[in-house]
Design a protein around this ligand. Structure first.
Ligand SMILES: Cc1cc2nc3c(=O)[nH]c(=O)nc-3n(C[C@H](O)[C@H](O)[C@H](O)COP(=O)(O)OP(=O)(O)OC[C@H]3O[C@@H](n4cnc5c(N)ncnc54)[C@H](O)[C@@H]3O)c2cc1C
Ligand SMILES: *[C@@H]1O[C@H](CO)[C@@H](O)[C@H](O)[C@H]1NC(C)=O
Ligand SMILES: *[C@@H]1O[C@H](CO)[C@@H](O)[C@H](O)[C@H]1NC(C)=O
Ligand SMILES: *[C@@H]1O[C@H](CO)[C@@H](O)[C@H](O)[C@H]1NC(C)=O
Ligand SMILES: *[C@@H]1O[C@H](CO)[C@@H](O)[C@H](O)[C@H]1NC(C)=O
Ligand SMILES: *[C@@H]1O[C@H](CO)[C@@H](O)[C@H](O)[C@H]1NC(C)=O
Length: 480
């Protein structure tokens, strides 16, 4: 996949060198939206809603969605290969019918499994499903109590540590000195898994605010999306409300390389030598793309802006997928999570998550393990074969060498190396103030910024990208 892209990029670069001189007229637009992920598409919808239709969207990939991204995986064990999400997977913090709800949840809906049963005790569910929950994307309540604990000897019940840990945010510092490997595994489960960084690398204040806004404001529930059309069904649905089929304003396979900005307008160039002239632009590139200087901005960003970009963190969260023959599934099928504490290496393949479980992709034989931060960089830098051997060794410790066959499929994305993402999602590091974060968000001349990372309250989440896209669209409508 990556190799193919590089070859494509190379050949595009070569052809632009040849053709470059012939392409002199720039396409003109009022607003150029750089990136067609959640923030970019939502910004465009926000402009459209405000009767501003003269915009273009420039997107690197062959489809919209950005880090909301799925693929088909594995063998067609019962007729169909399965769709799995390599990027965002949960709707995080749902909300209650009739009360405040996560905007993504309102779009994505609806409920399969326990939440539905739970809600049926609430008088509110007697109302019709809100119309906005229109895409009916299948998801199931992630039951974080449905977890079994393991170490190198196999099943070992240290689940009492979850209680010891109690409310993670109040106990983190007290526990730090006496953490053994099992405690570390539990800590990973309670913290790193969400923020893709260890607690001591994170800003407790802003991460807890981030936690509060999604999980206390709405509800402490996460639904895991397994819809076979893909999680981005809702985003494509929303895009189709204002973009026609083959809409000329949507430029796919368009790699922005240079952005020249000023107080009066912008010129944007892509890797094929095409140029676009805009009165305003909205940059939705990830913090990873900005930090890696994957796109050249001219003039260079002022110091305060560069600091705002440099001081924020881009985390990496890597899901490693394995498929086993469905009649050889060796893990307890009614359990969603399996926590592993390695005796030697911190955070070594800590959480396995079953998809071959009621309410998910039953009959698929699929399980995946997640690593973050340093372990993610390590895994993403090694070959599939090396990673597969390591994961299989752990599974055999956990479930017994005689019970665990070889997988029939194996795959994982390498987020830290994707030239259009350079990581998974942002995290608020220790020592970054509100003002430094505002510098990441603030415009330079007529170049505006939006995306999950520019959201003070919801950074890291889809709802952050959605709110930021919506608000920058409104702002530009008021400005233009
Ligand atoms: C592995 C993983 C797990 C996640 N889990 C969750 C989750 O469970 N729940 C949740 O709410 N969120 C989750 N997230 C975060 C969520 O995916 C993001 O917050 C959200 O998708 C970001 O949207 P965005 O529009 O800000 O950025 P993006 O989706 O990155 O959009 C930016 C767009 O810019 C494009 N682009 C980049 N460079 C260029 C260029 N040079 N030229 C042209 N276009 C370019 C990209 O292709 C992309 O489409 C996860 C992310 C990952 C990667
Ligand atoms: C645009 O308007 C529609 C219809 O009112 C609404 O559902 C949608 O959320 C709006 N989008 C944005 C980004 O404001
Ligand atoms: C979650 O899992 C636990 C442990 O298996 C179980 O007791 C509980 O009923 C489950 N909760 C829901 C809402 O399914
Ligand atoms: C988070 O919510 C708790 C409980 O409502 C509150 O005590 C705490 O001050 C909040 N923290 C932040 C950082 O907002
Ligand atoms: C959604 O869930 C229903 C009920 O389990 C199932 O019949 C349907 O095939 C699922 N649709 C998709 C697109 O995943
Ligand atoms: C694009 O940026 C690169 C790197 O800064 C620079 O070498 C090149 O001249 C720029 N091209 C254009 C068309 O501005």
């Amino acid at each position: 996949m990556l190799d193919f892209r590089y070859i494509l990029l190379l050949s595009l670069t070569l052809s632009s060198a040849v053709l470059g001189s012939q392409k002199q007229t720039c396409e003109k637009t009022t607003v150029a939206i750089l990136g067609g992920g959640t923030a970019g598409i939502t910004a465009a919808q926000s402009l459209s809603n405000n009767s501003m239709h003269d915009f273009i969207i420039l997107e690197y990939n062959s489809d919209i969605g950005g880090r909301l991204r799925h693929t088909t995986f594995g063998q067609a064990v019962d007729g169909n290969p399965r769709t799995i999400e390599v990027g965002a997977n949960w709707i995080q913090g749902l909300g209650t019918p009739g009360g405040p709800q996560n905007p993504i949840w309102l779009l994505v809906g609806y409920i399969v499994g326990h939440i539905q049963e739970r809600y049926s005790n609430v008088a509110d569910t007697l109302r019709p499903i809100p119309k906005a929950q229109k895409y009916g994307v299948n998801s199931t309540y992630s039951n974080y109590s449905s977890i079994l604990t393991y170490d190198e000897t196999g099943y070992n019940d240290y689940s009492q540590l979850f209680d010891t840990f109690g409310h993670v945010y109040t106990t983190l510092e007290e526990l730090a000195p006496k953490k053994d490997m099992k405690m570390q595994a539990v800590e990973w489960w309670e913290w790193d898994w969400e923020y893709a960084y260890e607690p001591d690398q994170s800003s407790l204040v802003f991460d807890i605010m981030n936690y509060n806004t999604s999980f206390c404001q709405w509800s402490n529930e996460n639904n895991f999306v397994w819809d076979q059309r893909g999680f981005n069904t809702w985003l494509k649905g929303e895009a189709s409300t204002f973009l026609s089929d083959n809409d000329e304003r949507l430029h796919l396979n368009t790699i922005v390389t240079n952005v020249t900005y000023s107080g009066t307008g912008l010129t944007i160039t892509d890797s094929q030598g095409n140029c676009f002239e805009a009165e305003y632009a909205i940059c939705t590139f990830s913090v990873g793309v900005l930090q890696n200087r994957a796109v050249s901005f001219d003039p260079e960003f002022p110091g305060w802006k560069q600091d705002g970009i440099a001081t924020f963190d881009m985390g990496t969260y890597t899901k490693i997928f394995l498929q086993f023959s469905p009649d050889e599934v060796f893990w307890p099928k009614d359990t969603q999570y399996f926590l592993y504490a390695d005796p030697k290496e911190r955070r070594w393949y800590p959480v396995f998550q079953s998809l071959d479980t009621p309410g998910f992709l039953e009959g698929s034989g699929i399980i995946f393990v997640t690593v973050v931060h340093d372990q993610a960089y390590r895994v993403e830098a090694q070959t599939d074969g090396e990673t597969k051997d390591q994961v299989m060794a752990i599974l055999r410790h956990m479930f017994g060498a005689d019970k665990v066959p070889d997988p029939i499929a194996f795959m994982y994305p390498r987020w830290s190396l994707e030239p259009w993402a350079y990581g998974s999602y942002s995290n608020w590091p220790n020592g970054v103030s509100l003002e430094m974060h505002q510098n990441l968000r603030t415009n330079v001349g007529r170049l505006y910024f939006a995306g999950e990372a520019t959201s003070t309250e919801y950074f890291g989440f889809l709802q952050g990208a959605w709110y930021e896209g919506k608000s920058v669209g409104r702002l530009l409508c008021a400005t233009t």
